[in-house]
Ligand binder design. Structure first.
Ligand code: HEM
Ligand code: MTE
Ligand code: MO
Length: 344
């Protein structure tokens, strides 16, 4: 079958377009885990959605490229990586959209977890595939036509994203009420209905701690947990990278109040360490907005939600909200000197 007239230009630039969109989707996907405040979250989520959906626009051209390449290299090139890449990309886009439309789990499977795993695998295969079929840039890539094509692809991708959002609103899908991060609401004001989630391999400890070690200025003070309920409250959204969020009223003690008078190093950080070993390091400059919480919605924390005390880190994604806190230590090292996400 001859290629339709409008796909005649399928070729090298189709591949470059796919590569750029995949790279953009990959980078913004990873960035999505790093941002939690409304505006940056929105910008990242829109760019991510548009880049991912934009891949679909290039499918007609790519299928022509594939047909030509098969005719040319019949039997000489093992297409296994290429087809695995196509399958994983389709799975990634499908689960991304499914999460947007339907919610966080389908049949007990976390849709976003599958999406992220497929996305990361896609990224690895793209590298393998692109190294095997390198496309050299040419002078004409900066031509007027190429610029128009790029602009058209960008506009089409954004239009596809906006169209999907419009459809969600029209049909009243749960996804129409997603937060800027893309997360769905679960159990706001009702901690019992809020999911209990662990980042990776961590588990609810059998023995919750009874004291919290405060290490600052070369001294360690063991604080009884009861002494941490000082009536400081904050209403904040816990937004898990698994794709759900809940707004709660948290109560306990603000970190700057807890640390007052301990002699804080300028530019220093604070390590918040769980009894399980799970830990995060945050800038001391943020202490005024951080809370060590013993209560949620007026009730003592449940074991799953971090009893007896957990960190509340407004504007940060859920993996910063260390549960079962056993130690708070002021350190000189910068906060970014740590793995970008927890390892357990
Ligand atoms: C290159 C691979 C990837 C592609 C093609 C892709 C594509 C997509 C698509 C099409 C959506 C739906 C957008 C929408 O409904 O507006 C989506 C959503 C999402 N993706 Fe990806 N993605 C990729 C990798 C990743 C990675 C590696 C992560 C995280 C580490 C990630 C995180 C997310 C999140 C959080 C959402 C939900 C955003 C929302 O609902 O607005 N993605 N992705
Ligand atoms: N010690 C510890 N704290 C943790 C985690 C963990 O695995 N271990 N998971 C984090 C993640 S990813 C999220 S989303 C929240 C979930 O809090 P919840 O279980 O109370 O809903 O806790 C955070 N605190
Ligand atoms: Mo999470």
């Amino acid at each position: 079958m001859p290629a339709a007239a409008w796909t005649r230009r399928a070729g090298r630039r189709t591949n470059l377009g796919l590569l750029v969109l995949l790279a953009l989707a990959g980078v913004t996907g990873l960035l999505a885990f790093g941002v939690g405040t409304p505006l940056p979250s929105r910008v990242v989520a829109v760019a991510h959605g548009a880049a991912g959906l934009g891949l679909l626009l290039l499918v007609p051209w790519k299928s022509v490229v594939v047909r030509r390449s098969r005719a040319r290299t019949r039997g000489r090139r093992d297409p296994a990586v290429a087809w695995a890449l196509a399958g994983l990309t389709a799975l990634t886009v499908a689960t991304g959209v499914l999460h947007g439309v339907a919610g966080t789990t389908v049949g007990g499977v976390g849709v976003l977890q599958v999406h992220v795993a497929a996305g990361v695998a896609t990224g690895l295969l793209v590298v393998l595939h692109a190294v095997g079929s390198r496309q050299r840039p040419r002078r004409t890539d900066a031509s007027r036509r190429a610029l128009l094509q790029t602009g058209g692809l960008a506009a089409g991708s954004l239009a596809l994203w906006a169209g999907l959002e419009g459809v969600l609103r029209l049909i009243g899908a749960p996804g129409a009420r997603r937060r800027a991060t893309g997360s769905h609401e679960r159990g706001s004001g009702d901690p019992a209905a809020m999911p209990v989630t662990q980042w990776f391999t961590d588990a609810v400890p059998d023995e919750p701690g009874r004291t919290l070690d405060l290490v600052a200025g070369g001294r360690t003070t063991a604080l009884r947990v009861a002494a941490l309920d000082r009536g400081d409250t904050v209403t904040a959204v816990l937004d898990c990278t698994g794709g759900w969020y809940a707004e709660q009223e948290w109560r306990g003690v603000r970190l700057d109040r807890l640390l007052a008078g301990t002699g804080l190093p300028p530019g220093g950080s604070v390590d918040v360490v769980s009894v399980t070993g799970y830990r995060r390091r945050l800038p001391l400059a943020d202490a005024g907005s951080l809370l060590l919480a013993t209560h949620c919605a007026g009730e003592r924390l449940s074991a799953g939600h971090g009893a007896p005390v957990r960190l509340v880190a407004p504007g940060r994604r859920g993996y910063w909200w260390v549960k079962w806190v056993a130690r708070v230590e002021v350190v000189d090292a910068p906060w970014w000197l740590q793995p970008p996400v927890p390892l357990q």
